[in-house]
Write a protein that binds this ligand. Structure first.
Ligand code: LMR
Length: 396
């Protein structure tokens, strides 16, 4: 039977990581997958997490199963980060959270829930977006519609195009929004635009689904939640897929959360019982380690402050690399103006490089980026920035 199976294409992002590993040339540069690197080019364990892991090792006294929804303290802390500890949603207990296998796991749970439990006809996804969004919703068989997001000429949000396309979204349709640090463009709506979108969404009766994987990487934990909170203030129902891969550096522990908000506590509990039966058939219940470590950090004032400081440091380093990258491209003779890169948020820069230019960077210079032209700015360091800029100018 198996001999008839056709090979699947390599994943556009994770496939790059495999190719990079196999790359033999000295001085190779990986700007593909969205992983933070420090000034030395390492992806270190966050110190607050390391300390939480020590405490966990000391105190943990069982490896019994978690419940289907995971670590209760983790779920409670997640809601506070998303909506604010004093928010009406948290206080009225009309949100329910399940610890998930990373942000991707949360999105898959969301997709299954939408397909099985809501009348949604379409899910509206920004063009461009993270390629796995389309793959996940295709996998559950939900119809996908695109909305314009990016204006290539001005390297900015195509606000008019976005609104024009979303005008067609019907009541009950799902609209997927990137909470901050839009992947791949790094361009987010302004607070005014978020407010307008939230109003439009509430008037039209959409079901908003937030993919919130980079909280803390644009301007700060609270500031980055502004879009999500604008929607929360205007909606009785919404869904959130959030991730601790980046802001806690817990990539390989697979720590994320699926959060469902309903009109009241009783409705939330009923809907959430369906979420739990979905999870039971997907992976039964999550692994304990990563979620427990996050809960320890977020419940301890000193550890939380340490984590916030470490997160601030990551954000500052990326911003500084953006500035140096733009300056050096100019210094090496790039004729195009790349200053738009400074205003983008998060790890990624939608550089404007064409797929052919990205291919040349790989083939001729051992520099790996996503073919869409997305560059992981967090992968730029003092050791590779000159080689990188020189090489980019050569392929331009
Ligand atoms: C990325 O976009 O590079 C990250 O979100 C990692 C992934 O899973 O694709």
């Amino acid at each position: 039977m198996f001999e008839k199976i056709q090979a699947a294409p390599a994943d556009p992002i994770l496939g790059l990581g495999e190719a990079f590993k196999a790359e033999q040339r000295e001085g190779k540069v990986n700007l593909g997958i969205g992983v933070y690197k420090d000034a030395a080019g390492q992806t270190p364990i966050v110190k607050a997490v390391k300390e939480a892991e020590k405490r966990l090792l000391d105190k943990e006294n069982t490896k019994n199963y978690l419940t289907i929804d995971g670590v209760a303290a983790f779920n409670a802390e997640t809601q506070k980060l998303l909506f604010g500890a004093e928010s009406e949603i948290v206080q009225s207990r009309r949100a329910k959270t399940a610890q998930s296998l990373g942000g991707t796991g949360a999105l898959r749970v969301a997709a299954e829930f939408i397909k099985r439990q809501t009348p949604a006809q379409n899910v509206w996804i920004s063009a461009p977006t993270w390629p796995n969004h389309n793959a996940i919703f295709n996998a559950v068989g939900i119809n996908i519609r695109d909305y314009r997001y990016y204006d290539k000429a001005s390297h900015s949000l195509d606000w008019n195009g976005m609104i024009e396309d979303l005008q067609q979204a019907q009541a009950g349709d799902v609209v997927l929004l990137h909470g901050c640090c839009h992947n791949p463009t790094g361009i987010d709506p302004t607070p005014e635009q978020w407010a307008a979108l939230a109003k439009m969404s509430a008037e039209k009766g959409w079901l908003p689904l937030f993919d919130f994987a980079y909280q803390g990487f644009a301007n700060g934990l609270e500031q980055d939640a502004a879009g999500l909170r604008a929607f929360a203030a205007n909606h009785q129902e919404m869904l959130v897929a959030s991730s601790y891969s980046k802001n806690f550096g817990l990539y390989n522990e697979r720590v994320g959360a699926f959060t469902l908000v309903a009109a009241d506590e009783e409705t939330a509990a009923r809907a959430f019982s369906q979420v739990k039966s979905i999870i039971r058939t997907l992976y039964s219940n999550p692994a304990s380690h990563g979620g427990s470590a996050v809960a320890i950090v977020l419940q301890d004032e000193a550890l939380k402050a340490q984590w916030v400081a470490e997160l601030d440091e990551m954000r500052s380093r990326i911003k500084e690399m953006r500035r140096q990258f733009v300056d050096l491209l100019k210094e090496y003779g790039a004729e195009q103006d790349f200053s738009f890169i400074i205003n983008q948020n998060g790890m990624f820069s939608f550089s404007g490089l064409t797929p052919e230019q990205v291919d040349r960077l790989k083939d001729e210079f051992a520099i790996y980026a996503v073919r869409s032209g997305r560059i992981n700015v967090a992968g730029i360091t003092a050791a590779n920035i000159r080689y990188l800029c020189e090489s980019i100018v050569k392929v331009l």
